[in-house]
Write a protein that binds this ligand. Structure first.
Ligand code: C2E
Ligand code: MG
Ligand code: MG
Length: 765
């Protein structure tokens, strides 16, 4: 073997064979010299000493020569072919076999047998040593063993022991076979070792590259889930040194203080369980504590098994995903929380309500959904701008949050709408009580950017599952209740009652009917007289709209005007009122004025002024005969726009009156800014004053005084009785309007009043 043609493979092979000899020169030398001395001593009685001496000197010299020759050789150098060294090995083996055959030849000439046997024993020892030291080069071994064995056998035959000779030959053969087998095994083993080494090199090269180029790190544990071969990168990530971390349980390294308490985060606990079950896992996101700080790691690992399938531990990769996790968490949070206030949003409130409902149904208890809508928020937003509005909403949210107790969740549904989910409500009163407290808390003044702000709240609530067993029904019903509380003018609590559905349905039908009402000519204007308080002379009329619908019959403006405002139908209706009233007033004596009601919604339309101009122009009515009635809400809805528009109208010569004074926001600032001609005192004060209510009397007095000081007149609304009329006169109101002097009447009835040609008609009650 190993004697094939010279090529790269053979070169590699030679070096593999030669490599084990490296560093064994001294051993071989001492072995050779020692054995030669023992052999010489064995032969001392069988051969003449000069011959023995010469042999000994020759053998030792050769050993020394061989030692020197080999000590300089680059044995096992993979860069060289090794062929010359291989041949030298064989040659030296052959030479020493000659040297060690000589004693047998000498002894063979003259027995005794035991000398030959002793010599053979020594040679056998030599052969064995060689087989052990140089079995990687079987050729060299055979070149030594074969001649020496043959020589020994022939010496034994000559000494008369042929059977021992055959034993010697067999021993030689066996030894040679051993060398060949082991030589081959050696080559195979070294080859396998080399391949493995190469593989390990490649793997570690790849791993090094992985560690250096990616943000991830590798980790390994033993079969007890303790860290093994901790890389510097992993050590750094774990905030320790590789030495200190080696052998530490992985869970301990990851869990911080929780290790002592055993109170692990769920994800970490799950991972530990999987590792216990020896299951592989991938991209597991676990919360870890590194250096006392919470982080998020992504870990993947699979069990390591040896070739027999024995579990050795885990090997895996990991990376710090704290930032990504934070972003993902932020996104998830954004999907469930309102950005502005930080409160749960509609989605998460609905989920919470679903849970509350399920619990209530299972436990046969009650839950509640409270819907909150801010009153007058739009005014703040419009007057002071969205940034202030946003800050106000945040403050409202904070107050609401501050009121929450166990089993309550508050959230923002959007805009100025909030909601509270109550998990366990012992009674309806409980929900109502909370709703009242919410109104009180929210209604306290706010300070935003040096502005003192006031908003109120309307709250509607529904109790689950009685008022609705699903999130949708309960929410819709709470919404209906909220609608009702808004309808009542705000700052009140309304509970859901089944009739609200009918009302909602009615509203829906009404809105539908309202859309076509103008085209179908279903509207009519009624006119109510306004008289001078002092002498009862007619000043003019207030135009009041009436709607007679085929399906709904007569619908009062108090019901359909808010609906028209909500559904943006007020502008065309208002325009119709304006044109009709102007047109009608032209039929009246020229000293009579006509007042029309204009809702705040109409004043948000910049085209309104041109509509007024056009109505006046078309009808030919002098602007001084037209009076426009607005309520305080005009100033709350629009910061500057409405006031500017009103100034424009005043500029045209139109009169302006402030309707329903005392019922609204009651901020007197706008009374100074806008030049009203008249303040209309609400009927509630008229009734109160006539009954002797000190408050009502004081208010009417104050309004009269204020109006006088600002050069305005006052009109008291809704005087029905003589007592009321007298009271108003006494209190100094300029004008009176009410059933006492005349109900709102159709245009034709007004014209009837002028039939008997009188210059100024006095209207009888
Ligand atoms: P308003 O402008 O304050 O009108 C006075 C309301 O008081 C009228 O109700 C009138 O019929 C009622 N009233 C007058 N005298 C008495 C009285 O002695 N006793 C009682 N109990 N009530 C009296 P009406 O016609 O139902 O109108 C209600 C409200 O609807 C009006 O209040 C006004 O705000 C609004 N409105 C009426 N017509 C129009 C319109 O053409 N456009 C707009 N935008 N709103 C209108
Ligand atoms: Mg009015
Ligand atoms: Mg009024």
């Amino acid at each position: 073997m190993g004697l094939g043609p010279r090529n790269e493979d053979v070169g590699d092979l030679r070096q593999l064979q030669l490599a084990p000899l490296r560093g064994k020169g001294t051993l071989r030398l001492w072995m050779g010299v020692g054995m030669a001395l023992v052999a010489a001593l064995t032969m001392v009685h069988s051969a003449p000493w000069p011959i023995i001496g010469t042999w000994l000197a020759g053998t030792i010299s050769f050993s020394l020569f061989s030692y020197r020759a080999f000590s300089k050789l680059p044995l096992g150098d993979p860069k060289l072919s090794g062929a010359a060294e291989y041949r030298l090995c064989n040659r030296h083996a052959l030479y020493s076999s000659v040297a060690w055959s000589i004693p047998f030849w000498l002894l063979g000439l003259g027995p005794p047998l035991d000398h030959v046997l002793s010599m053979w024993t020594i040679s056998l020892l030599m052969m064995l040593t060689l087989a052990i030291v140089a079995h990687s080069i079987p050729m060299a071994c055979i070149l030594f063993i074969a001649p020496v064995s043959l020589s020994a056998a022939s010496a034994l035959v000559m000494a008369g022991a042929p059977e021992l000779a055959s034993v010697t030959l067999v021993a030689g053969l066996l030894l040679s076979a051993f060398c060949v087998r082991f030589g081959q095994a050696h080559i195979r083993f070294r080859r396998a070792e080399e391949t493995l080494h190469e593989k390990t090199e490649t793997v570690s090269l790849l791993l090094r590259e992985f560690e250096e180029t990616s943000a991830d790190w590798l980790w390994q544990t033993d079969n007890n889930r303790r860290l093994l071969h901790v890389t510097p990168r992993l050590a750094y990530a774990l905030g320790g040194t590789a030495e200190a971390l080696e052998g530490i349980p992985l869970l301990q390294a990851l869990s911080g203080d929780a290790w002592a308490t055993g109170n692990f985060p769920k994800a970490l606990h799950d991972m530990a369980e999987r590792m216990k079950r020896r299951e592989s896992f991938s991209n597991l996101i676990v919360p870890v504590t590194i250096g006392g700080k919470p982080r998020w790691w992504e870990l993947s690992a699979s069990p390591r098994l040896d070739e027999t399938g024995k579990f050795l531990g885990f090997r895996g990769v990991g990376s710090d995903v704290t930032e990504q996790h934070a972003t993902a968490e932020q996104i998830a949070k954004m999907a469930r929380f309102d950005n502005l206030t930080g409160l749960p949003n509609r989605l998460s409130l609905h989920e919470d309500l679903a849970r509350a409902l399920t619990q209530a149904i299972e436990a046969k208890s009650r839950c509640a959904m409270l819907m909150i809508d801010l009153d007058r928020f739009k005014a703040v937003n419009d007057t002071l701008g969205h940034p202030v509005g946003d800050k106000l909403l945040a403050q409202v949210a904070a107050r609401l949050k501050g009121m929450m107790e166990r089993g309550m969740t508050c959230g923002r549904l959007g805009g100025d709408e909030f909601a509270v989910v109550l998990h366990n409500v012992p009674s309806v009163n409980e929900a109502e009580g909370l709703a009242q407290r919410i109104i009180q808390t929210i209604s306290r003044p706010y300070v935003v950017d040096n502005h003192q702000l006031f908003v109120g709240a309307s709250v509607g609530f529904a109790i689950g599952p009685t008022d609705g067993a699903t999130v949708e029904t309960l929410t819709r019903n709470a919404d209906l209740a909220l609608y009702k509380s808004k309808d009542k003018g705000g700052n009140v609590v309304a509970a859901y009652v089944a009739s609200l559905h009918a009302q909602a349905e009615e509203r829906r039908v009404m809105e539908q009917e309202l859309r076509g009402a103008l085209d179908r000519g279903e509207f009519e204007l009624y006119y109510q007289p306004v008289v001078t308080a002092a002498d009862g002379t007619l000043n003019g009329f207030e135009a009041l709209i009436r709607w007679n619908n085929q399906k709904l019959g007569n619908v009062s403006p108090g019901r359909f005007i808010p609906l028209a405002e909500d559904s943006r139908l007020i502008s065309p209706i208002g325009e119709w009122v304006l044109r009709t009233a102007c047109h009608e007033a032209m039929k009246w004596p020229s000293n009579l004025k006509v007042a029309i009601n204009v809702s705040a919604e109409q004043l948000t339309d910049p085209a309104f002024a041109s509509v007024v101009v056009s109505a006046l122009a078309q009808s030919g009515l002098p602007p001084q005969r037209l009076e426009i009635e607005v309520t305080e809400s005009v100033f709350l809805r629009d910061g500057g726009g409405a006031a500017q528009l009103l100034d424009q109208l005043i500029g045209l010569g139109i009169r302006l009156s402030l309707d329903d004074f005392g019922t609204g926001y009651s901020s007197l600032g706008y009374l100074r800014k806008t030049q009203f001609s008249t303040i209309k005192v609400d009927r509630s004060f008229v009734v109160g004053a006539a009954k002797g209510s000190i408050e009502s009397i004081a208010i009417i007095r104050a309004v009269v005084a204020l109006a006088d000081s600002l050069g305005m007149s006052t009109t008291a609304e809704g005087a029905e009785t003589e007592v009321e009329v007298d009271t108003l006169r006494t209190l100094g109101c300029s004008n009176i309007q009410g059933y006492y002097y005349g109900r709102p009447m159709p245009a034709t009835d007004v014209l009837m009043l002028f039939r008997p040609p009188e210059p100024a008609a006095t209207v009888a009650a």
